[in-house]
Design a protein around this ligand. Structure first.
Ligand code: HPA
Ligand code: ZN
Length: 339
């Protein structure tokens, strides 16, 4: 199983680029930008990564992001993630970035997006990894702030496929952002949103009905509403689930209690993703392995997660068909002796 998972072609749909900032790079960038960190060394940073809930993580995540200052910093961050993708056989990735975390500190939109997209182009040319970029609004800030960010993004629209919604879910429901999402759709952006991670199942309904989202990020609390689970299955509305993240943030007490395989067996379009791998202890392969080991999933089920991610991606039909072919060939070659 481990070998099968390691080489399985994968598609990632829920990754915050700021959440790929490894402590080593954090120190390197702090030195380069003459920023004093509150930690003495890399081990101290890792020791601090013990979280009680989403907010305790977000506090450290926003603090870590402060070392990102120049275009080269954003390039280096993204390039390091892409190299990790290559190791994990990730062939396509749809990456979140949080412009407000940086523009609020005086970093220009230009700096952020140029650094990230230059690395993505190199990823395509040198590593054969395709990608899309999704701009997330921080839900703890106002809708007006999100609208201003949306307007700032317009000159870069060709490089951004959609908008999303992240940060503190409790107290900041989808309804707060219905106008900015409507404006984003009018501009031609696709939409996704974090919902049903720490918040109730009603946030998932509201994401679908009010924000017209194409995918739910996390969505694991859908199980609290049977009619919602049926709706998600019937309409194949994708969930981008992040198993190691959910356990680290205590959405589930341990991996054996996670519902991702149960949801797969109920016919939902669930996918496996890494969220903030530098903080949650694992990239794509680690997440797939953790699920397979704790939840007794078969190789075909693990491959189904990857097929779901191809289906749920924002690639066009021809690109999806190409990736599906690559995946089916891999599964066929691996499982032929036992089929
Ligand atoms: N949830 C909400 N906001 C986030 C997350 C998450 O898992 N990761 C980064 N920002
Ligand atoms: Zn997330």
């Amino acid at each position: 199983m481990d070998g099968f998972i390691k080489s399985l072609p994968k598609v990632e749909l829920h990754i915050h680029i700021e959440g790929t900032l490894e402590p080593e790079l954090m120190f390197e960038l702090a030195l380069r930008n003459k920023i004093k960190l509150r930690y003495q060394n890399v081990e101290h940073v890792r020791q601090a990564y013990e979280f009680d809930d989403l907010q305790s993580f977000l506090d450290l995540y926003y603090q870590g992001a402060q070392v990102l200052q120049t275009e080269k910093d954003f390039y280096d961050l993204t390039w390091a993630y892409l190299q990790r993708c290559k190791m994990d056989c990730v062939v396509h990735t749809e990456i979140f970035f949080d412009p407000q975390t940086h523009t609020a500190r005086g970093i220009s939109f230009d700096t952020i997006i140029n650094g990230i997209t230059r690395a993505l182009q190199h990823g395509k040319d040198q590593l054969q990894i395709s990608s899309h970029l999704i701009m997330c609004f921080l839900r703890h800030l106002s809708e007006q702030d999100a609208i201003e960010t949306l307007l700032q993004s317009v000159p870069y629209k060709d490089q951004i496929i959609g908008v999303g919604l992240d940060s503190s879910e409790q107290g900041h429901p989808p309804a707060k952002f219905s106008r900015v999402f409507e404006q984003a759709r009018e501009l031609g952006y696709l939409t996704v949103a974090h919902a049903g991670e720490e918040g109730p199942a009603s946030n998932i309904w509201d994401g679908i009905k009010m924000l017209h989202i194409a995918r739910i990020d996390h969505g694991v609390r859908c199980v609290e509403d049977e009619s919602l689970v049926k709706h998600l299955a019937k309409n194949r509305i994708p969930l981008t689930v992040c198993p190691l993240s959910n356990v680290k943030l205590k959405v589930f007490q341990n991996m054996a209690e996670h519902n991702v395989v149960k949801l797969l067996r109920e016919g939902l379009c669930v996918t496996i993703n890494s969220d903030d791998p530098a903080y949650f202890g694992g990239y794509m392969t680690d997440n797939y392995l953790a699920v397979a080991h704790a939840l007794d999933a078969s190789k075909l089920e693990m491959a189904q997660f990857s097929q779901n991610a191809i289906e749920a991606s924002f690639l066009d039909a021809r690109q999806k068909a190409g990736l599906k072919q690559v995946l089916l060939q891999y599964v066929d070659q691996q499982l032929r002796p036992i089929l």
